[in-house]
Design a protein around this ligand. Structure first.
Ligand SMILES: [Cu+2]
Length: 110
């Protein structure tokens, strides 16, 4: 047995935090997403109506969310603590500019 199996705990550490988000005119639900610094975050976005987009500039997240409810998966590492706006990156109507969410990344405890 040259390669001992990794302990089960190691596998759970690399599991992403999966957060399902619904984009709709003109909001993200939930509007506030929380993560911990260094955490691998997987956003699964669906649109409840037309085309939307999701953008989190800090973590180079930029993706179109198609109409029809097809889920879009976005993976990133929340590599910095702080509060970062989540914006709709596709013009979706009159309330587009108000379509905002917030990603809150808590500092990792030392
Ligand atoms: Cu929009």
């Amino acid at each position: 047995m040259p390669y001992p199996q990794a302990p089960a705990a190691a596998a759970t550490l690399i599991e992403p935090r999966v957060i399902e988000v619904v984009a709709k005119r003109f909001a993200f639900e939930p509007a506030r997403i929380e993560a911990t610094e260094g955490e691998h975050v997987r956003l699964v976005l669906t649109s409840a109506d037309g085309v939307h987009g999701v953008g989190i500039k800090k973590f180079r997240v930029e993706k179109t969310v198609p109409r029809g409810g097809t889920p879009v998966t976005i993976d990133f590492v929340a590599s910095a603590a702080g509060e970062f706006p989540i914006l709709c990156s596709e013009y979706c109507g009159n309330g587009h500019d108000e379509m905002k969410g917030l990603l809150v990344v808590a500092a990792r405890k030392q």
